[in-house]
Ligand binder design. Structure first.
Ligand SMILES: Cc1ncc(COP(=O)(O)O)c(C=O)c1O
Length: 396
């Protein structure tokens, strides 16, 4: 049998992989080869937070492309200095240092390496309903179906219960006691679980996790790859919970998807450790100037007061419409935070990704969940049309 395409499609059997035949992108839409317009209701893979035609980002990248397109990891230059300061300020964690990467998986991978090196311990705590990336280390922390068949490093991963199964953390405390805190390097968690169901833990649960980590000398790694950069209506989702993590993983929205890029923030204490210990982490394209240029533009746009006002208006409109979706017969529940929402259906027999495309919607479908995460630069009209199409899809 002749192969239809010479490249792989991710996370699927190749023969049945869903396809999106695109000619171009405009604003918040994909233009398909037949001319149809498909609304990007999931910001591509959560990264296109500022849409597909953001002139400020492209200009920033182009300027850098003309000035200095490539840099050594050892290079010191103004854009690197200034953008890093901007990122640290955006994190509202005052001090600390940034390690740059090229993807979310690499951010998680390096965070785990740092935690193991500093602590000298191997075991990690993580949740079952989680996705932390596709590389072996990140996959070992991941709890969903992707962590199968890879002989990943999961033997050193201990699962803790989901927040709703253990609100007072009694079970989690027992787990830590049984393994022994002296063996535990870190706990890694998405602040708000994204693709695996938009699970928004109670503040009490998060405070308890932070206290457990501190009392037991376990490093707290927060994975903000999807929730970072205003997705949940604050710079980072951990700001809602007023958490003080040791390490924060970032990617996706950091450059709004225009350049593959990521970053890891570490506390001052960790930074000081590496003053005199070798940081055995590095990447050829570390702190890539084009990534820095895109990040610089993204943060400046998100810091703009007008942006915050328009986000709030969109968010209110988004929630009002979700209330109407909630009343549809097939809808079991809806969970949301900022411009991120999971619509849980009673019955999924008719709903799949390809069918949503036929309804003009590019969204994520995960078992009985429809996940929405539109770009932050949509109009109310875009959202109105999105909800009209969504209603048709759910009722079909
Ligand atoms: C929470 C979280 N962490 C890590 C990753 C991995 O990021 P990447 O696909 O950029 O490697 C993802 C990707 O979806 C994610 O959602």
């Amino acid at each position: 049998m002749k192969m239809e395409y010479d490249y792989y499609f991710t996370w699927t059997k190749q023969i049945i992989s869903p396809k999106l035949k695109v000619k171009s992108t405009k604003g918040n839409y994909f233009i398909l080869s037949g001319g149809e317009k498909v609304f990007d209701a999931i910001s591509t893979n959560f990264q296109a937070i500022l849409g597909h035609s953001n002139k400020k980002i492209t200009k920033s990248i182009q300027t850098q492309l003309n000035q200095m397109p490539i840099a050594s990891p050892k290079a010191i230059f103004d854009l690197k200095n200034e953008s890093t300061k901007l990122l640290i300020k955006f994190l509202k964690l005052k001090e600390g240092k940034i390690f740059y990467t090229i993807s979310g998986s690499e951010s998680v991978e390096n965070a785990l390496k740092l935690a193991r090196q500093i602590s000298g311990k191997k075991y990690i705590l993580a949740r079952k309903k989680s996705y932390h990336g596709a590389t072996l280390g990140a996959l070992s922390a991941t709890g969903d179906w992707r962590n199968e068949k890879h002989f990943s490093l999961s033997n050193y991963t201990i699962r803790i219960p989901e927040p709703e199964e253990d609100p007072s953390l009694e079970k989690t405390k027992k787990i830590i006691k049984n393994i022994g805190a002296t063996k535990l390097a870190c706990i890694i968690l998405e602040t708000i679980t994204a693709l695996n169901g938009v699970i928004v833990p109670q503040k009490k649960w998060w405070n308890g996790i932070q206290k457990l980590a501190k009392d037991n000398n376990i490093l707290l790694i927060i994975d903000e790859v999807t929730t970072g950069f205003y997705r949940t209506g604050t710079n980072f989702a951990f700001h809602k919970y007023k958490l003080k993590p040791d390490i924060v993983c970032m990617a996706k929205g950091i450059t709004a998807g225009y350049i593959p890029f990521g970053a890891v923030w570490t506390s001052k204490k960790i930074a000081r450790y590496y003053d005199k210990n070798i940081l055995s982490c590095g990447l050829t394209n570390y702190a890539h100037p084009l990534g820095l240029a895109a990040m610089n533009s993204v943060i400046k746009q998100l810091n703009n007061k007008n942006f915050k006002t328009s986000f709030k208006v969109l968010q209110d409109y988004f929630y009002n419409n979700l209330e109407k979706i909630k009343k549809l017969p097939n809808v079991k529940s809806i969970r949301s935070s900022g411009l991120l929402s999971a619509i849980e259906l009673n019955n999924v027999k008719n709903i799949n990704w390809q069918k949503a495309i036929n309804y003009g919607l590019h969204l994520a479908v995960n078992n009985n969940l429809i996940i929405l995460a539109p770009p932050f630069v949509v109009t109310k009209n875009d959202l109105k049309q999105m909800f009209l199409n969504l209603k048709k899809l759910i009722l079909d």
